[in-house]
Design a protein around this ligand. Structure first.
Ligand SMILES: [Zn+2]
Length: 308
């Protein structure tokens, strides 16, 4: 008997490889992890939807990281948007995220705003960090959704033809569910693709990718967010005609943050004594808030370790 979580496929990405088509993909459906993150914030529904989409994207991209300490940060930033900042990150299966918004302008944007209506003119930055190396790709926040902006990132920064679909579902009185799929060509590059062998015929990689991408685009929002449809069944539904589809379960995701009194004290310890004294409030404690958790920590300056 598998656990409830396994049956619904919540919070555990799966990867799939279409080996004869030189393509790979990932699917994820966020449930309890998403709920934990959203419930820390009490954002308006429109903002929750955007953060949910961003968290699905972060989970899809983060699950490609190889080492437990590798980190992915996704940041959408604008000067003039109803949402001015959105940050999500992934490290070792731990997801977190938050956003900053102007409540009035978010109301003006309406119930189903465009990406431009939410962010105005802005940028999406994806930062990968692994073993001390840092790589950042930045694309304009353009297209119909964050997912389209992320597709653009893969086309521009990685030269990887990519299809991404993300859907969110928030039924009245129920918890938010968000799911997404990402499919990438491993054979089609800037040069227009090499030739490869498929079922004994020489075909052009572009045509093969076109077929794989077209199928990925047929996925419906209801399929991505239906807890009754397992992720494996979803992949099978899409690609059952392919010669070989290999599916593997990824690591379980969890909601995680690095904030703790000890961690924050160690950050404050890097400031000179004089500056630390200025940080303290009337009660003599230093207040530090974690935007990811919407929590305020009260740090006793006397308990801070000595700076080195
Ligand atoms: Zn935190």
């Amino acid at each position: 008997m598998t656990s409830h979580t396994d049956e619904t496929g919540f919070d555990r990405p799966i990867t799939f490889t279409l080996s004869h088509e030189d393509a790979r993909g990932r699917v994820v459906r966020l449930g309890p992890v998403l709920d934990t993150i959203l419930s820390a914030h009490a954002y308006p529904p429109v903002a929750e939807k955007v953060l949910a989409e961003a968290l699905v994207l972060t989970a899809l991209l983060g699950s490609t990281l190889k080492e437990p300490g590798d980190q992915l940060t996704m940041q959408a930033q604008t000067d003039n948007g109803a949402i001015s900042l959105l940050v999500c990150d992934y490290i070792g299966g731990k997801l977190r995220g938050y956003l900053s918004f102007d409540a009035e302008r978010l109301v003006e944007a309406g119930a189903d705003p465009t990406l431009f209506g939410l962010f105005g003119k802005g940028f999406l930055a994806l930062t990968f960090e692994s073993a001390g190396n840092r790589y950042q790709g930045i694309v304009p926040l353009e297209g119909a959704s964050l997912s389209e902006a992320a597709e653009q990132y893969f086309r521009q920064s990685e030269q990887l033809p990519t299809v991404i679909r993300v859907a969110t579902r928030h039924d009245a009185g129920a918890k938010c569910i968000a799911g997404g799929v990402l499919v990438q060509s491993l054979a089609v590059g800037e040069e227009g693709g090499e030739r490869l062998e498929v079922r004994g015929e020489r075909v052009h990689a572009d045509a093969v990718w076109g077929h794989v991408a077209t199928i990925a685009e047929t996925i419906r929002d209801e399929e991505l967010t239906d807890p009754g449809l397992s992720l494996e069944a979803l992949v099978w539904r899409l690609y059952h005609d392919e010669q070989e589809v290999r599916v593997a379960k990824g690591d379980m995701l969890s909601r995680g943050c690095r904030c703790s009194v000890d961690y924050l004290a160690s950050v404050i310890a890097r400031f000179p004594q004089g500056e630390r004294a200025e940080m303290a409030g009337d009660d003599g404690k230093i207040s530090v808030d974690c935007a990811f958790c919407s929590r305020i920590f009260s740090i006793d300056p006397d308990a801070i370790p000595a700076a080195h």
